[in-house]
Design a protein around this ligand. Structure first.
Ligand SMILES: Nc1ncnc2c1ncn2[C@@H]1O[C@H](COP(=O)(O)OP(=O)(O)OP(=O)(O)O)[C@@H](O)[C@H]1O
Length: 714
């Protein structure tokens, strides 16, 4: 029964209000500054080449900064209200101490200079100064501890929120979007530390304000005309610091892509999988140079920013110092003429230095807070980002499958820049049917699998679960009804039991079920034979048991080293030891066991589950699969057409459409693409049979098409 194929390109959609086809987001939604991609809330830091160059209106920037500061302070408060309060009080106490000390010093000097010093007065002043000294020694330490502890707690809370937010994205598209990945990297880098730093900076501003105000008051008492001069001398410095902070944040964003590439090459150079090819092909030096090139480019940008800061801060600092020097000359002349006391001069010097120090400190703290808030904006943008796939406010629970899944006129491409992968695909997966999906490389089989799991939405057309568009269903509920082995399945650097148990985290501790799933997938034999059986770590990245988490007794000597690899052995019951790596086929069986652990799901999807298996194992697995799939709705993608012969329905994809469908016999009789591919594979096996004449060569001409039908797409 041939599938009616949609012809030609999709009908030209009517233009929406933005002049773009409906369903396609305009490049720049209203309210977003230039360079900000869709999906991020207004007020997010801008991205792209124009970022930071005066692109967002100052008022919206100020609003975003206030929102960011409020979010950071709220995070600190929630992470530990008492600690945050103690941090604030200690900071303010530390701020008042220099002013009190300066006044006590002036009083003592004046008493002595006037000859009016009595023993009790001097003792009292001395004791007060000593107390200030003790507090000056202790308060900063206590404040530092409070700051570090607040930073740790806030960091954990911020990290948790960030990764929760990343999980909220239902599909995959965000994780294939370089702009989002850059933003995520910034959010990861700065999200955990920035809230703590913002809190520190805000309290730093409060501290310098208190100290500055105290000294400014003192200055008004001693030399009133000097106060505005000192304040004015600090204004350029404050403005310069704010400008520099914006430039620095923009520079960090600009170099983000280069740093992400550098990180990629850095990881690649120490990646065990890449190591084989790198050594054989001798690509190490080339890749190292690509890595270093990115670092050089990023360093050049950082260096330019540092030099600019040096020039601007140097000029602003010189200006302030000249103003302070002029004031001091005046004070010395005034004291010589009897206009000021000796104590006044000491207070004046302390006040000028204090006000200038406070204003410079204020400029630095404000600039630091400003820069941190700009970076924190990326974190807030990820947190507040719009969903990648629309989910209704009250999604319907996915019901048990009773009739089947239907793909109706499905058009899909990975982005508007990509070609169409599926072009008006129509397909019904009947309830209880074992469907086999075949087609050349790139025909769209794995894409179809991902659409069934709603990793993406079709651009046009719909996918119906018992007649309901899956976009109306709760995505988590839908996925709970699906079991799958993807073509690029995961190999977790965790234990064998965890590798299987992750298929159903609710039962990750249920060893009996895990073993049953492993048996079903033909994995029990080799897993049980591992040094620690199911508890064997399947990784060479870590030592078995070198984990702090959940094992308070795991490091008795407290050196966090735990005698790694120190001959503890990796035998059963041994201490720490290195993990084990599995072969490709063994990993594949574990992935299958993971899918089996999910038990009786309504739809089982297997994308090339047997590609890495030896002939015997493949036969075993497929016999098991046949049993498992009997009476269940399932989709099996495979290039080994022999394994699909018994599928109730075979579907051939070609050019993003269903080219043929039917049973094995029907498709052979039809003599189309399936018959052609099957014939090629069968010929590959027949040619090697004894009695066919000469011994068939290991790689006969066109053998690329012999063993597998994965011909390059046309
Ligand atoms: N994440 C992606 N982003 C952009 N293009 C993609 C992505 N994944 C797949 N494609 C493209 O979509 C097309 C279909 O790929 P798909 O993986 O669905 O093919 P397939 O039929 O499963 O192929 P194979 O038999 O080789 O596994 C290919 O041209 C591929 O380049």
């Amino acid at each position: 029964m041939p599938e009616p194929v949609a012809s030609g390109p999709p009908p030209a959609p009517a233009a929406g209000p933005s002049g773009l086809p409906p369903g396609l987001p305009p490049d720049l939604p209203p309210g977003l500054p230039p360079g900000l991609p869709p999906g991020f809330p207004p007020g997010s830091p801008p991205v792209g080449p124009s970022a930071g160059a005066g692109d967002a209106a100052p008022r919206s920037r100020a609003r975003a900064s206030v929102r960011g500061a409020a979010a950071a302070l709220a995070l600190a408060w929630r992470a530990g209200p008492w600690l945050a309060t103690a941090f604030a009080l200690l900071t303010l106490a530390g701020a008042a101490l220099p002013v009190v000390t300066a006044w006590l010093t002036k009083s003592a000097i004046d008493l002595i200079a006037r000859g009016a010093a009595t023993a009790p007065a001097l003792t009292g002043l001395g004791a007060a100064l000593a107390a200030c000294g003790v507090l000056a020694a202790v308060v900063p330490q206590a404040a530092r501890y409070a700051r570090e502890e607040t930073g740790r707690r806030v960091g954990l809370a911020a990290q948790d929120r960030l990764f929760r937010a990343a999980e909220r994205f239902v599909g995959l598209a965000r994780f294939e979007d370089p702009v989002f990945l850059d933003r995520l990297r910034m959010a990861q880098q700065h999200g955990a530390t920035t809230p703590g730093q913002v809190v520190s900076a805000v309290l730093g501003i409060a501290r310098t304000t208190v100290t500055g105000a105290g000294f400014l008051g003192s200055l008004l008492v001693v030399g009133p005309w000097m106060a505005p001069v000192v304040v004015c001398a600090a204004v350029p410095s404050l403005a310069a610091e704010l400008w520099l902070a914006r430039r620095r944040a923009a520079m960090l964003w600009r170099i983000g892509p280069a740093e992400r590439r550098e990180f990629f090459f850095r990881e690649l150079l120490v990646n065990v999988q890449a190591a084989k090819e790198m050594r054989l092909f001798g690509t190490g030096a080339h890749l190292r140079e690509l890595m270093n090139g990115r670092r050089r480019a990023a360093n050049a940008e950082r260096g330019r920013t540092d030099r600019r800061e040096l020039r601007v801060q140097g000029a602003a600092g010189t200006f302030g110092a000249l103003a302070a020097g002029g004031g001091l000359v005046w004070a010395l002349h005034a004291a010589a003429g009897g206009g000021l006391t000796v104590g006044d001069v000491s207070l004046f010097a302390a006040a000028v230095a204090g006000v200038q120090g406070a204003l410079t400190g204020l400029a630095v703290e404000v600039a630091a807070a400003h820069r941190q808030l700009l970076l924190f904006g990326h974190y807030l943008a990820v947190l507040g980002g719009e969903p990648d796939l629309p989910v209704p406010p009250l999604p319907r629970p996915a019901p048990p499958l009773r009739r089947g899944v239907e793909l109706r006129d499905v058009w899909f491409r990975y982005s508007p820049e990509h070609p169409w992968t599926l072009r008006g695909l129509n397909l019904t997966i009947p309830y209880g049917e074992a469907v086999g999906l075949v087609g050349r490389n790139g025909a769209g089989k794995s894409t179809l699998v991902k659409l069934l799991c709603r990793m993406y939405d079709p651009e046009r057309g719909e996918i119906l679960w018992d007649g309901t568009d899956i976009r109306e269903l709760d995505p988590a509920g839908l996925r709970a009804r699906i079991g799958a082995v993807f073509q690029d399945y995961m190999q977790y650097d965790m234990t064998a039991a965890e590798n299987i148990g992750l298929g159903d985290v609710g039962r990750i501790g249920d060893r009996a079920r895990i073993e049953a799933a492993a048996r079903g997938a033909g994995a029990h034999g080799f897993v049980a034979a591992l040094p620690r059986g199911y508890d064997t770590l399947l990784s060479r990245l870590f030592f078995q048991g070198d984990d702090l988490d959940g094992d308070p007794d795991g490091d008795p000597d407290g050196d966090l080293d735990g005698g790694r690899g120190g001959g503890a052995g990796n035998g059963p019951g041994g201490g720490q030891g290195t993990g084990v790596l599995l072969s490709g086929g063994q990993w594949q069986r574990l992935a299958l066991a993971r899918a089996y652990l999910r038990g009786d799901r309504d739809l089982l999807i297997l994308d090339e589950p047997g590609s890495g298996l030896d002939a015997e194992a493949e036969h075993e697995i497929h016999v098991g699969l046949r049993e498992h799939r009997r009476g269940r709705t399932s989709v099996l993608v495979s290039h080994r057409l022999g394994t699909l012969r018994e599928a109730g329905l075979l579907v051939v994809l070609d050019g993003g459409r269903v080219a043929e469908q039917g049973t094995h016999a029907e498709l052979l009789a039809r003599g189309g693409l399936y018959a052609h591919l099957f014939g090629l594979q069968a010929q590959g096996y027949r040619a090697a049979e004894p009695g066919d004449g000469d011994l068939a060569p290991a790689f006969p001409p066109g053998a690329g098409n012999g063993a597998r039908a994965d011909l390059p797409g046309t």
